[in-house]
Write a protein that binds this ligand. Structure first.
Ligand code: GDP
Length: 535
């Protein structure tokens, strides 16, 4: 990037100005809580201005197809993507997809390393579910502020106060509801806006196809209109006030409290309120700490890190997309940047946003934005890219694997290809590769968060490296970090095994919580440290 002399400061001001209006977040939820519906509703309320890295519907790309595909068809525009960009009020909102369902994998967690805030979407009838809790653990680890949305209030569900207790107990966050439902779950009339005491009446529209008009009434009119339902809402809200459940921006940003909204995504109710809360309360991108821990200024020259790599499952057209999150400066297509981990240049000529079925070129991006880099064979998860001013961001966390399998070359004469494939997949972060002293080098163990990662790895070993493999599942479900002193005792314990990660870290694997619990009880001196997102 060559800037004319003297323009650096004003260019810097532009970057900071653009960064300040960015809101980059992801929705964390359990399948069926309504994430796709909410995403569609958000897109309806705001003006979609871009999508980074959409999947082009090719056969064999199953692992990357999310249910945004259906929305794409329904709405006639492409919103199948790794990141959707909306314009809302003065803000630019980036919503990063967290693949769920069958796609659930380490990638799902890694997306959360690239956001500044999360929306925790809860089904009013089900409360906090397993996948939500796993994703929440990652947010907590990173200290990401979380906004809670209780969805499906139009359907029978739990009591609002009960849900608040559940959130407090299970996440440790103090819920600070901004709105409070008028009418029980299943009889959603509207919300009491606790910020100004007004009543926002919920108006249904046919099929929720349009932005639901909200009528706002003062308290007296609400009381006359809704009677007992309003009285109950105000009483409960007062109860919350007495227990100190008021929003405090500092505590929210520190990850101690969570603002709560009540919504019906399918009827578009509460969606505009969520966008307003994102713009008003969620943090803008800030200077990201480098690997030395010192914040790298937003107005420094371009820098970004790779949070996700998607390799084509299609042998004929083996393209690889690397998704980067811009951390500083401005990204301009065509710039040649340096990959900090190899020192090699990377040309961004092919930097594109890949839309539903078409590819569209992205020209400019600012801190908080996501760019899909095409032909990114040389890039791996966690790599830093920079222009002009060297910087390296810390590696992306390795998450707790939950499934393990021994990989063996189907054809032993292809050992070289086998090794190369294993090393490449490990380097890219497709699977974690562990080595067990007991099993030796020839039988590396794949460790993954979601079983889909096994399929992707097998497919690529065969089609990309010409080394077909067989996978033998191992019975372990839990991993803890341990040390050499504990390893000996752990290896002889029943239902446990110790393996080594490429970075030298030792992992103790257990078949279940029970065998781990027994061991901890009998041998409290053993080192067993939970990993991020571990149960
Ligand atoms: P996802 O798996 O989290 O993406 O969930 P979806 O958005 O696909 O929603 C799952 C189901 O719940 C679908 O049948 C939706 O129509 C339905 N749904 C989503 N939001 C609401 C809501 O607010 N109220 C009701 N009654 N149903 C909803």
């Amino acid at each position: 990037m060559s800037a004319p002399a003297g323009s650096t400061t004003s260019a810097g001001r532009v970057v900071v100005g653009e960064a300040v209006r960015r809101r980059t977040f992801a929705v964390i939820s359990h399948p069926d809580a309504g994430k796709s519906t909410l995403t569609e509703a958000l897109a309806l309320h705001a003006r979609v201005i871009g999508q980074a890295g959409a999947v082009h519907g090719k056969a064999g790309r199953r692992s990357t197809v999310s249910d945004w595909m259906d929305m794409e068809k329904a709405r006639g525009i492409s919103i199948t993507s790794a990141a959707l960009q909306f314009a809302y009020r003065d803000a630019v909102v980036n919503l990063l997809d967290t693949p769920g369902h069958a796609d659930f994998s380490e990638d799902t967690y890694r997306v959360l390393t690239a956001v500044d805030a999360a929306v925790m979407l809860i089904d009013a009838a089900k409360g906090l579910e397993a996948q939500t809790m796993k994703l929440f653990a990652v947010c907590k680890h990173r200290g990401i502020p979380v906004i809670t949305v209780v969805n499906k209030w139009d359907r029978p569900g739990k009591a609002a106060l009960e849900l608040m207790d559940e959130v407090a107990e299970r996440t440790g966050l103090t819920p600070t509801p901004l709105t409070w439902p008028v009418g029980l779950a299943g009889d959603f009339r509207g919300v009491l806006d606790r910020r100004d005491g007004s009543y926002r009446h919920f108006t249904r529209t046919a099929g929720g196809a349009t932005v639901a008009p909200e009528e706002v009434f003062p308290a007296e009119a609400a009381a006359a209109r809704e009677g007992d339902a309003w009285v109950q809402a105000t009483e409960e809200s007062e109860l919350l006030t007495e227990t100190g459940a008021e929003h405090d921006q500092e505590l929210f940003l520190a990850g101690a409290t969570t603002p709560v909204l009540f919504a019906s995504a399918v009827s578009n109710f509460g969606v505009g309120q969520l966008l307003d809360v994102l713009v008003d309360l969620a943090p803008a991108p800030t200077a990201r700490p480098d690997d030395q821990g010192s914040p790298h200024p937003l107005d420094a020259p371009f820098s970004a890190f790779v949070f996700k790599v998607q390799a084509g499952m299609d042998t004929g057209h083996r393209d690889r997309l690397a998704y980067i999150r811009v951390c500083s400066g401005v990204f301009e297509r065509g710039m040649v940047v340096t990959n900090a981990s190899t020192g090699r240049p990377f040309a961004t000529k092919y930097a594109q946003q890949v839309f539903g079925r078409e590819r569209e070129t992205i020209e400019t991006a600012y801190p908080g934005d996501v760019v899909g880099l095409v032909n990114a064979a040389a890039l791996g998860v966690g790599d830093t890219l920079y222009a002009d001013q060297p910087v390296t961001y810390p590696p992306v966390t390795t998450f707790a694997p939950e499934h393990f399998a021994i990989a063996r070359a189907a054809d032993t004469s292809k050992y070289k290809q086998f090794r190369k494939g294993i090393d490449t997949l490990a380097g890219e972060g497709v699977v974690q590769v562990l080595v067990s002293d007991r099993r030796g080098d020839g039988a590396p163990v794949f460790a993954v968060v979601g079983p889909m990662q096994f399929e992707v790895a097998s497919h690529r070993m065969e089609h990309e490296f010409g080394a077909r493999i067989s996978l033998e599942p191992l019975p372990y479900r839990l991993a803890r970090i341990t040390d050499a002193a504990s390893a000996g005792e752990l290896s002889s314990a029943r239902g446990a095994e110790v393996m080594r990660r490429p970075d030298g870290e030792l992992l103790a694997l257990f078949t279940d919580k029970w065998s781990l619990g027994v061991l901890v009880q009998n041998k409290p001196h053993l080192t067993l440290i939970p990993m991020v997102a571990a149960d």
